[in-house]
Design a protein around this ligand. Structure first.
Ligand code: UTP
Length: 504
């Protein structure tokens, strides 16, 4: 596209200021900039900037409260790990493993975020949280995929594959690809790992103008994890799923160290209920906990943000004392491929745009880069869960937080969701698996360490024990390895020492 064409587009969109440094640019810089600007559609850009500025104005006032229109999830649409008997859980698990063994299940990772709160200059999945094994989040996830494939194959006697779809963004695609390659795809078959990229959209100033982060580059941000639905279309991902016979998707976030990929119990529950869309939830820790709540608004399922509910509603309880709105969303979803197709084809343009007010680095009138000290820009994001409203059969599945949810959001020093807290969650879980399997722990002087059954998540477990996902996916198979064994802390159970343990 020529300079004149681009200029006309920007004029139509009311954004001609983007070219104010044009005369200062080299031929090469101009070519790069023209390439970027040619991607923008004038009308879409105009709308985007207007909507962002209007939404930011509204957001600075009071949030709309939804209390009067809210109802909890109907009990018949909730499954629960805690409240179901062992036999029912086993039936769901068997069903899930069956679907996995028939190659009908894939996992889809949302890994396009910028991880600004954690603040590392590489994708969050590459973060090493300081486990004895030194594994990164990506490696832990890869190994859980390998293990769940193996368990399903053994159970139903046919080898199977759980393809791994990974949504990345301009920030995360290249380093993620490189990291996977350097690590031999963690011994997964690379043809079963499909990476694709979500779109980026311009950041906008409070007066509705796109922001320049360089003289020849507009500031953009990924379009939120709800950008998934557009990306599925852009990269023909649903067609790829179809060609592999995948019918069910487990969609999850990169930062939850406890995530059970393709969890057979969750998949089995959703499939048994005939659901097209499902959400794993954890019980809210306390009424004011700042997590989104899965509930109905005007009879339609959705996630309501904490800020949209009054404290008195958040504190409402059932006669038995349980919180009425207790289903905390943990960004861990089940979708059928058919449902995703319907959303991608019919509904994704209707998805709500959420406003995030951020500090966006920009170039000033003299062309100097400025890192603002207070928020100056608007980023618009779509959320993956905003499609619940389109579901014909929505279910929720309540799981135990200590078993399944511990996200890495912040750098150490913050009170919650840090490398320290996620490491502790994983190590506490593995310590308990080992105790339940009959292991005993010794300290460095070979003295017994007194076992503590449920340690608080605020302190480290009394002994350090890490169990590779390649040995155990959810605590299974450990009795034969660990019963009556004295394990010296720190203890790392992996595929290399399994044989020795069996022999002793
Ligand atoms: P968060 O909302 O926690 O964002 O993402 P983040 O990027 O990880 O961290 P901050 O807010 O910048 O500190 C939840 C999940 O959604 C993905 C993230 O990668 C994470 O798995 N995500 C987020 C996307 O895939 N794309 C996006 O545009 C935003």
């Amino acid at each position: 596209m020529s300079f004149e064409e681009v200029k006309t587009r920007l004029d139509i969109a009311g954004q001609s200021h983007a070219l104010r440094f044009w005369s200062e640019l080299s031929a090469e810089e101009r070519a790069v900039f023209l390439g970027e600007l040619s991607e923008l559609d004038a009308e879409e850009l105009k709308d985007h900037c207007r909507v962002a500025a209007e939404a930011a104005k509204r957001a600075s006032g009071d949030e709309e409260r939804l209390d009067s229109r809210m109802e909890p999830v109907s009990p018949e649409f909730i499954g629960s790990v805690c409240k179901s008997d062992q036999e029912t859980l086993k039936q769901w698990e068997d069903e899930g493993f069956l679907q996995i063994s028939e190659n009908k299940v894939a996992v889809l990772l949302l890994a396009g975020g910028q991880g600004t709160r954690l603040g590392v200059p590489y994708p969050k999945g590459m973060y090493n949280v300081g486990l004895p094994s030194g594994k990164t989040l990506y490696q832990i996830q890869a190994e859980r995929i390998r293990k769940v494939q193996q368990l399903a194959s053994e159970k139903y006697g046919s080898s199977c594959t759980v393809p791994w779809y990974i949504m990345t963004s301009e920030f995360t695609l290249e380093p993620t690809e490189k990291f996977f390659k350097e690590n031999g795809y963690f011994d997964l078959d690379p043809s079963n790992i499909v990476m694709f990229e979500q779109r980026m959209i311009p950041a906008v100033s409070f007066d509705g103008k796109i922001i320049l982060e360089k003289k020849n580059k507009i500031a953009t941000a990924p379009d939120g994890n709800g950008g998934l639905y557009q990306a599925l279309v852009d990269y023909k991902v649903l067609e790829d799923m179809e060609s592999r016979g995948v019918q069910y998707l487990h969609v999850y976030c990169v930062d939850n160290i406890l995530v059970k990929l393709a969890d057979p119990v969750f998949i089995g529950f959703c499939v048994s209920k005939g659901a097209d869309c499902g959400a794993k939830v954890v019980e809210k820790a306390y009424p004011a906990e700042p997590v989104g709540v899965v509930c109905r608004v005007d009879g339609v399922y959705q996630v309501v943000e904490y800020s949209e509910i009054r404290p008195e509603t958040a504190e409402q309880r059932h006669p038995g004392g349980e919180l009425m709105y207790s289903s905390g969303n943990i960004c861990n979803h089940f979708f059928t491929r058919d449902f995703l197709r319907e959303v991608a084809q019919k509904f994704q343009r209707q998805l709500k745009q959420h406003v995030a007010i951020k500090k966006v680095p920009f170039v000033d009138e003299e062309g100097n880069l400025v890192k603002p000290t207070k928020p100056n820009g608007i980023k618009m994001e779509k959320f993956v869960f905003d499609v619940f409203q389109f579901s014909k059969k929505f279910v929720a599945f309540e799981v135990k937080r200590e078993d399944e949810f511990s996200p890495l959001k912040n750098a150490d020093g913050a009170p919650v969701d840090t490398p320290t807290t996620v490491r502790r969650s994983l190590l506490s879980q593995h310590y308990h698996w080992a105790l339940q399997a009959g292991a005993k722990f010794l300290d460095e002087h070979e003295n017994p360490i007194t076992p503590i059954l449920r340690t608080s998540l605020d302190v480290d477990p009394p002994a350090i024990c890490e169990i590779s996902p390649l040995v155990s996916y959810f605590g299974e198979g450990l009795v034969k390895l660990l019963k009556e064994k004295n394990l010296k802390s720190p203890f790392l159970l992996n595929e290399n020492n399994v044989k020795t343990l069996v022999q002793n």
